[in-house]
Design a binder for this molecule. Structure first.
Ligand code: HEM
Length: 344
């Protein structure tokens, strides 16, 4: 009998080494949980959200302050999205710093990167749906970056904003991308990504003959660990959502990038900072794409980690990839801090 998806992802037993917290940090599983929270809370928000420039911000305020548990649902959606970016980054770092992207997991690493990009775009499109004064930078400067692409920029810009400048059609476009275009792509990529983890024999550890620890844990024990991770993450998410409300400012009356609180969302502050260096096409489009390309090339262009080195952190045979990731992380972190300073 062919196993169903659950059985495929949870075989009767797995090597104990594959399910160590200290190795995986549970980050992939927590990311799946956050995505589920986002899907459910997002669908609930759709009952109240009105995707029209005159009513979007007001409908969010109604949801937050007048609908029973509406504020909590919105905060859960907002915080799950922010945490997902952090948890995905931790997961990506774990995969690179343990060399787990090595064959046969190279393609799955690329699927993971695609997921990362789609999740960040979902965060960005969701942020614009507020249609309040805080999102003006994203709306004007962010979409203008597309216009800066030589030859085809104008065409893609009109496709993105639905006209020659941002307006009511822009909100409809962003809403559609957010609730089904990108959301569907993310859902397909997640199922594919998880399917491929199991296809590759589960989490990367050395082959059996090179393994010191040959113990195995049962499906029940694996599910027990996953449930523990979900309970702890749910508690943390509920706590943050109960204490810190998601931001909402007055509705946009006139579209301009120059409002006093206009800045990029936190995960794009590093790009906002680079834009100060000159050409929007070079620093706003090419540079972020170059970062993505360097990450995508790690499993293909750098020396492969040795099989006996798998299943542990910072193996010596994987140094070049570790250094590349450290340089990228440091650069983005530094630029984000500079960006934060200039928004204060
Ligand atoms: C929404 C985003 C993501 C979700 C939901 C997700 C989910 C998962 C899950 C559940 C696992 C198995 C458990 C674990 O390793 O913790 C996994 C493994 C893996 N992920 Fe992801 N992931 C995401 C993003 C990424 C990213 C950004 C990358 C890297 C570019 C990536 C690359 C991998 C690789 C290579 C494995 C296999 C690791 C190994 O065999 O040790 N994933 N992912």
């Amino acid at each position: 009998m062919r196993p169903n998806f659950f059985q495929h992802v949870h075989p009767p037993s797995v090597p104990a080494e594959q399910a160590r917290w200290r190795y995986t940090l549970g980050a992939g599983g927590i990311a799946v949980f956050l995505v589920l929270v986002l899907v459910v809370s997002g669908m609930l928000e759709m009952f109240y959200y009105i995707p029209s420039p005159g009513e979007a911000a007001l409908s969010i305020q109604t949801l937050s302050y007048l609908v029973p548990f509406g504020g909590l649902i919105r905060n859960l959606h907002f915080w799950a999205a922010q945490l997902l970016v952090v948890v995905m980054t931790v997961h990506l770092a774990r995969v690179v710093l343990t060399g787990s992207y090595a064959p046969p997991r190279r393609f799955n690493y690329l699927l993971g990167l695609a997921l990362f990009a789609v999740a960040v775009l979902l965060d960005f499109t969701g942020y614009v749906l507020r249609w309040d004064t805080g999102i003006q930078w994203a709306l004007v400067v962010g979409t203008n970056l597309v216009k800066s692409i030589p030859w085809v920029g104008g065409f893609f810009y009109r496709m993105l904003v639905g006209g020659n400048e941002p307006g009511p059609a822009t909100l409809t476009r962003f809403y559609s991308w957010h609730v089904y275009g990108l959301a569907l792509a993310a859902e397909i990529l997640i199922v594919w990504h998880i399917f491929r983890v199991r296809r590759a024999g589960g989490i990367a550890v050395p082959p059996p003959k090179l393994r010191a620890d040959t113990r195995r844990i049962s499906r029940g024990e694996l599910v027990h660990r996953e449930v523990t991770a979900v309970i702890l993450s749910a508690a943390a998410l509920l706590l943050v959502s109960a204490v810190i409300p998601a931001p909402i400012a007055p509705a946009i009356t006139k579209i301009t990038a120059a409002s006093s609180d206009a800045s990029a969302p936190w995960f794009f502050l590093w790009i906002q900072e680079m834009l100060k260096w000159g050409s929007p096409f070079v620093w706003g489009i090419l540079a972020p794409l170059a970062v993505l390309a360097v990450l995508a090339l790690i499993p293909y262009a750098l020396p492969q980690p040795a099989p006996q080195d798998l299943g542990r952190w910072l193996p010596p045979s994987n140094r070049p990839a570790q250094l590349v990731l450290a340089a990228i992380t440091l650069g983005i972190l530094l630029l984000t801090l500079l960006g934060l300073r200039s928004t204060m």
